[in-house]
Design a protein. Structure first.
Length: 251
């Protein structure tokens, strides 16, 4: 039986504190990310912010993951491991996924960043992916169902000729990074668990400019598009409330 954990008001406040650190990291990275920066530099920069704010990096050691955040470049979809050898160049797209734990609760979010000036096609993919996240969040309302979120994302993405990654999905989040329910970015509306106030969801469309298939590199973590085409990723931690969806990972 699926057990979805409902958070109390006090727990939601604690989640909001962790989530604000995530939001601050992602916002400050807008100015930090530039040609010549390595993905290891990004990790070090983020680690320092998290430490100064009294949080810890949730991802480090999670299921054996070796880094404090995920940094995925171009055709890398998700779970890219930061490296001194991965130097960003003009025209790249880098996706940063960050989790922060504070007071026992987790905030989780991701953003795709242009490195310098990017192509119009890349900029469109980022725009449509972020729009799909916003549309999914709009459906995170009491009495809706999980797949209402999923369908809203899929419809918008496919209307623009892109594909939804199926190998990875969003998830509940709280004391644990991955809680029930899973939140696919595709599927029929009106299906899945009913949303209730106090549920907290990490909604995260991962969208490819080509086909949806991915493969895992030899490092055992980094997922890349099977056809080598560009991928984008945006994510927010969102609470279901009686006043509608509340984005926690925002300043």
């Amino acid at each position: 039986m699926t057990v979805i954990i409902i958070k109390s008001d006090d727990e939601l406040r604690k989640m909001a504190h962790a989530s604000k650190i995530v939001a601050e990291v992602l916002e400050l990275l807008k100015e930090f990310i530039a040609p010549g920066v390595t993905t290891k530099d990004i990790e070090s920069f983020a680690e320092e912010i998290i430490r100064r704010r009294g949080g810890t990096a949730t991802f480090k050691g999670y299921r054996g993951y070796p880094a404090s955040l995920c940094a995925s470049v171009n055709e890398e979809v998700v779970h890219g491991i930061p490296s001194k050898k991965k130097i960003l160049k003009e025209g790249d797209v880098v996706k940063i996924d960050v989790g922060v734990t504070k007071n026992g609760f987790i905030g989780d979010a991701a953003r795709s960043y242009p490195v310098g000036k990017i192509s119009e096609s890349a900029a469109k993919l980022l725009r449509v992916t972020e729009e799909s996240l916003s549309l999914g969040i709009e459906k995170a309302c009491r009495d809706n169902r999980v797949f209402d979120i999923s369908h809203s994302i899929q419809r918008h993405v496919e209307e623009h000729g892109y594909s939804v990654v199926r190998a990875f999905v969003g998830h509940g989040v709280g004391r644990d990074l991955h809680e029930e329910p899973p939140i696919p970015n595709y599927g029929p509306p009106g299906k899945g668990p009913r949303l209730k106030c106090g549920m907290v969801l990490a909604i995260e469309p991962m969208i490819n400019s080509g086909g949806h298939e991915v493969r895992i590199l030899d490092d055992g973590w980094t997922a890349v598009t099977k056809d080598g085409n560009l991928s984008a990723h945006f994510e927010h931690t969102v609470a279901v409330t009686d006043k509608g969806p509340q984005i926690l990972t925002i300043l």
